[in-house]
Design a protein around this ligand. Structure first.
Ligand code: IMP
Ligand code: MG
Length: 385
């Protein structure tokens, strides 16, 4: 009977778990068979599919770019696809002594075998995309969903020219707010309407689904952070869309049942750019004296710096459905941890910090970043998960 059930499962589309064709229904009539069916099915699917989402747990700039680059090189996904708002995001990836700042191309570009995609929910600025495609030499492996909303020069003018957006909210001036507003008004152009994007167009959700059905690994890369989510952040001092894991799945057309892991990235000392409340913010004299000085990748504004916020970390982990957490900047908790790649070599001070952070988050910390370079990381995933 077990082999019959396995056969039935293998005949079905594993992405439609409750779709049972007529002629197969008999297998599921008996309660015992039903239980066996779903038990075996869940074991099989766990072995065969892997779709991971990576999101920011605080106010953005948590170091997602570096975490994504590491996971990409280690897990070798066939597709790395971006969700999130658009080119307001700036991700920094440092490989050796070269530093890259990306706003449109997924941070996983450093892993050369992966197809790089931009999901349907993401706003595309064709000029920024063209510049990055040439700079990073990714032509031939980068794709844009045909439904992506487009940022025009007019959106940028409206963003920078609006006192509400540019002064009160402190937007990045990249045109995202007005472009999302036009999209909601249903007057925005889409990627399929722009001739210079023709060579990049793809049905991204279908491409991802095809790979997941083959049991291959896919990474969905989020941008911004939980605290600037339009729904859950410090409204009105937020970006123009939700930034949580569910939104990143939706941006890529991947249904919630297909997600295996949600990795939320937290920064030991969170930062915030732009206006809005920041409960653990410290004075810039204090952060300067601690040697913490950061500037935005997109706007070059000085970032505000704060202490660890356990309550926010817990709430953010809850809404993101966190299954694993990554902590960046542990070398700021204790300078002697800079560049360490072995958990055993972390100091007691750093380990105590991680223990407290893990209690706050309520999920295992599996990745610990000890410096900006891609290989300065401790990866505990095999040991703890
Ligand atoms: P907008 O997304 O450009 O409209 O900016 C709205 C707010 O979100 C401003 O406070 C920005 O500084 C902030 N923001 C947008 N994108 C990012 C990001 O990628 N990292 C950090 N802050 C961001
Ligand atoms: Mg950034």
């Amino acid at each position: 009977m077990v082999s019959e059930i396995v056969w039935h499962i293998s005949q079905k589309n594993p992405k439609k778990p409750f779709f049972i064709p007529h002629n197969h229904i008999t297998v599921l009539r008996e309660p015992v068979q039903r239980i066996l069916y779903f038990a075996i099915r869940s074991i099989l699917l766990d072995i065969t599919m892997s779709c991971t989402i990576i999101v920011g747990g605080f106010f953005g700039d948590e170091g997602k770019g570096k975490i994504v680059a590491h996971i990409a090189c280690k897990d070798k996904p066939v597709i790395i696809s971006r969700g999130g708002v658009g080119p307001n995001a700036g991700h920094t990836v440092q490989v050796g002594d070269r530093e890259y700042g990306v706003r449109m191309v997924p941070s996983g570009f450093v892993y050369k075998e992966a197809k790089l995609c931009i999901g349907s929910g993401v706003l595309v600025d064709p000029r920024v995309l063209k510049y990055e495609v040439e700079m990073l030499d990714v032509k031939g492996r980068i794709f844009v969903d045909k439904r992506c909303g487009i940022i025009t020069e007019d959106h940028i003018v409206r963003d920078k020219g609006s006192a509400h957006l540019s002064k009160k909210i402190g937007s990045t001036g990249s045109g995202c707010g007005p472009a999302n507003s036009d999209r909601v008004m249903r007057i925005s152009p889409q990627a399929k309407d722009v001739p210079e994007l023709a060579e990049y167009l793809l049905d991204v959700p279908k491409a991802i689904d095809d790979e997941l059905k083959q049991g291959r690994t896919v990474l969905l890369e989020g941008t911004q952070g939980f605290g600037i989510s339009l729904y859950y952040g410090t409204y009105p001092f937020v970006t123009s869309k939700d930034t949580s894991a569910s939104q990143i799945a939706a941006d890529n057309g991947v249904g919630p049942t297909k997600i295996d892991e949600v990795i939320v990235v937290f920064k030991a000392y969170p930062t915030r750019v732009g206006e809005g409340p920041f409960s653990t913010e410290m004075t810039s004299e204090k952060s300067d004296s601690m040697g913490i000085q950061e500037f935005g990748t997109v706007t070059h504004r000085k970032r505000r710096v704060g202490g660890w916020d356990g309550g926010m970390a817990r709430y953010s982990a809850m809404i993101n459905g966190c299954t694993q957490a990554a902590i960046t900047g542990i070398d700021r908790v204790d300078k002697s941890c800079f560049g360490v790649t072995d958990y055993g070599k972390l100091t007691k001070k750093a380990k105590d910090f991680l223990k407290k952070a893990e209690d706050d988050i309520g999920s295992p910390i599996t990745l610990i970043s000890t410096g900006p370079e891609m290989t300065q990381i401790i990866d505990l995933r095999e040991e703890q998960v």
